[in-house]
Structures are given as structure tokens and as C-alpha cells.
Design a protein around this ligand. Sequence first.
Ligand code: ASP
Length: 597
Amino acid sequence: MYCGQVRREHVGQTIILKGWVRHRRDHGGLIFIDLIDREGLCQVVLNLETMDREHFEQAHALRDEYVLAIEGVVRPRPEGTVNPNLPTGEIEVATTRWEVLNPSEITPFKLDEHQKVSEEIRLRYRYLDLRRPEMQRNLMVRSNFCRVVRNYMYDRGFIETETPMLTRSTPEGARDFLVPSRLHKGTFYALPQSPQLFKQLLMVSGHDRYFQIVKCFRDEDLRANRQPEFTQIDIEMSFITPEDIYELIEGLLVRVYKELKGIDVPTPMPRMSYDDAMLKYGKDAPDLRYGMEIADLTEAFKAGSEFKVFNAVIEKGGVIRGFAIPGAGGKFSNTQLKPEGELNQAAQKMGARGIAWFRVKGGASAEGAGLESNIAKFFKPEVLSAVRSKTGAKEGDLIIIVADVELVAADVLGRLREKLAADLNLIDKDKLAFTWVVDFPLVEWNPKEKRWDSKHHPFTAPRYEDVHLLESDIGKVKAQAYDIVLNGQEIGGGSIRIHRRDIQERVFHAIGISQEEAERKFRFLLEGLSFGAPPHGGIAMGVDRMMMILLGEESIRGVIAFPKTQNGACLLTDSPAQVDAAQLEELGIKIVAEEEK
Ligand code: ASP
């Protein structure tokens, strides 16, 4: 029996428990021990009066985290000592015999005081950190999650198939992790950024419905809540439209939330175009738990502004956008709203030159539409009333405005919106706001490299009606791609794929991949497409992010058994690490010291 499973119904039974000493209260002739295992803790009592004295005396040496086996009789706790907060709180075990299975050094942190220790220490001693009930629960929920997902996918006729880890580059927009080959010196495998091309080839093979819960590897720059290796539910299906994917994934999310949280997730889930998401929320993964929609005010200001800053932005083809923060009119003083105040500083750090603001004081019919600001005098009353109505601002709100080139205005307002909603406590933490984002552009301009890059990956199908634009105006081509977003985080994304060799070649060409390079890197795909590839499409869901949201964890490291730090180090195993000279020699690799470079 597990320590955490002893209940009132076991009273009178003699049981054996094995677990760890989490606490020990030594009253001389009476010793209380909290014995803990993965199911929880149980109070174990050692009493001098009912035990052999010598055996009892040795128990004074028991310490925290010793591994202990006990035999004893379950009995109700004496009146007044029942602990209603504990599943085992009604009983205790009167111990007759005990044995230390293994002692423990003093642990580097007390396991119930983990909050007081740095994450570095916790990651270095991860096996101790994982011994804590919260982490045990997280890993258990993660395991249940995978079980629910597998059952659902099997119910829906999917086949779980593994794909190689040692492979060649699968472009998902990140750098590859490379593995040198010993047998073919000077050549490298890449760890998969995703199984993308293999799952497409499984469709060519007639597999029809594939899924896999799989590790993916991306050598990306540091960002919060990213891991160099992460887990996806990877899915591909033949002969489908996006509607089939929406239905499948909505069903999966419904099943997961019902079985793991007892929550009914409503379907169908809303859908929003990429353009709308960028305009109204400043990002392609909008958080819809709260309003504060961004409005485009460019036209409104064009109609009557003597404010030079805005006019200059409009002349240069920029935009003026803003949103209303409910009830925030009184929350920011004029000093806080000044250029050196906190809001402006935050906006500047995000890349804008600053913000303008209006406080909503009077009713919509009041003079100047009730808007007050240091710059209100520059605008005709009609302009102010348009600003008020377009932002949907109400009395007591604060409107903030950014005027800049479109990309900057959208991005900064999107980030301010999220920051202010969080800072001002405007987010309903219990809400689950799912949305599909659809109609993505096929490509995006890479100003650094001066070329078009795929927005998702180069195997994404363009909308059929846009195929003719591939050579003439690729920036206008929309993709048959979709993302599923939960509470402002992309939890999955996918697309209908290109299943014809000629179109794939045209897309490669349009994004600057020469025919020679395409043949060299993607020969297997192009050949596969030419042997009767069925129309197909799929999606990948991010397991770590979904777990994070499901468990309410702040950090992605809280849902992964053995995670890496922000800079890709494993503090438990001290990796990445140097290797022996002999190993390098076998691989034909020479490390060039920094100064030699
Ligand atoms: N392979 C894509 C990714 O990992 C997902 C997909 O298109 O199915 O993001």
C-alpha cells in the first residue's frame, strides 16, 4: 500500500509502508514521523511503551529523507488531532517494527521549503526536487494527459509511428542540432526540428492517419519558456480540408479538459484571420480572456489633426492605433503619463517612440467627446469623438495611442495590452479562451537577408486561388495554415501541405531555394511527391505549453522532468560537456580555440 492511500476503512489492519521520512517530531518516548511516497504522506507513530526499548531507541537517529519501511496497525487519530486538510488525516499507523532501507545525507534544501532556494540548486538536485508532491503531481498529470491523447487518437483511427532522431535538416525556422557521423567522417546528422517530412512521406505511403508524441529539437536563441528539446503531438492526415483538423483538435481539447479537469470546453471554437489578430491584438496569438481591442485611428486623425507628430507619421505611411484600458483613467497620474513616466518608458523599451493618451472624463456627448489630454487641443471634436467610439472607451477609461510604422505600432500596442491587462489585474485567470487563427500569409519579408521566408515552413500549401501569384506577387499569397491559440499562447499549428511536385518546386524557387539546393536537400521529398502523393495536411500541438497552462505553472521547466536552463544547460548532468580527445579523433573533429579563429 502507498503511504498516501491509507484511509479510515483500513483501521484495524496491519500494514507495511515504505517511503521517505519528510518530518520527524521526537517527544522522547513518542516519535511521530510523516512518511511520504508518490501518493502522499501518512503519520506513523513509534511508542516506547509498545515497542522493544532497544529497537525504539535507535529511532532517535532517524532523519529527514531516510528511506524507511514500517509495519504497524492503522488506528483512528485521537480526538482533536484529526487533520481535515490531509487525505490520510483521520488515521495514523501505530508502528510495531521499522527498518531503515537507506539513510540520507542532509539534503541541500528542505523539500517543503523549495521556494526559498534558487532554481539552480533545484535543477542540480532535480531528483530531490521531483520528490516534492507538486512535481510528482505535475508528472502524473502529464502522464495522464498523454494517455488521454493516445486513447483519443487510437479511437479516431490514427496509427502511432516513430520517425528517426538521426536525420537531416527539417527546416522549421530554427538552427539544427548536429550530430557528427563516425562512419562517414565530415558528415552530420541533424536532430529533427519536427518530423514534418517523414509524416508527409508516411502519407505518400498510404498510412492515411499518423500521430506521434515526439521530441523535437531546435537550437534557438534564449527566450522565456523555450526549451531546446520539447514535445509535440504530431499529426498528419490524408484527403482532408482544414475543417477536418479543426474538428479533430477541438475534440481532443474537449476530451483532455473533460478528463483531466472536469471542464466542458465549448465548441466550435472561434476563428479569426491573421490580419484581424494583428490589427486588433498586435500579435498572431491573441489573448481573448479580456477585451481592450486595438483600433486603427489613422483615418480618424487624418480628418482633423494639427498635431505635428501624428501628421508626420501619417505622411510617411505610418499608422495611429490605440486601445482603451477599462477604469484606468484614475490609475495613472499626469506624471506617470509624461514622456519620462513608466508607460512611455515601457513603450520605448518595446521599440516605440512613446505613447499619447486620453482620459475619458465626461459622457460621449460632452465637449471634445469627454476626452482630456495634454494634446486634446490639437484635434477637432469630431476626431475625438471618433477616437472614443472606435476604441469603445467608457467614462473612467484611459486610451493609449501609438503612432508609428505599422509593424511597430501593432507590436508595441499588443505587448502593452498584455502587460497592462496583467499589471492591472484585468485577466480572469479561470477563463479558457481558445481561438483558431487562420489565413496566414505564405511568406514574410526578411529585411536582414532581403528575401521572402516561409511564415510556417516551406511545405505549407498556398490557397488554391492564390497559386498564380507565386511568381508575380508572393507577398499577397495566403497559406492554408492554421494555429490554435489558448490564452494568448500558440498551443499548436499546422497546414494543408503541398502535395504536387511542380508547386513545391515553385514555392522553393519563390523563397530563394535554387533548383540545385532543392535537389540536394529535399530530393527525397520531391521524388516522393511525384509518386502519387495524396492531398494531405496536419498539425503539431505543443505538449509542454499545454501542460503549463493546464497546471497553471509559470515556467515550462515545471512540467518537464529534466529540463534545461534558459541557456540550454542541464545542471543535473553538467551538459553540454567536453568530450575525450580520442572521441573527437574518431569523429575526425578538431576544436579550434577562440584565438586561432
Ligand atoms: N511541423 C510543424 C511544426 O513543428 C507543424 C505542422 O505543420 O504540422 O511546427
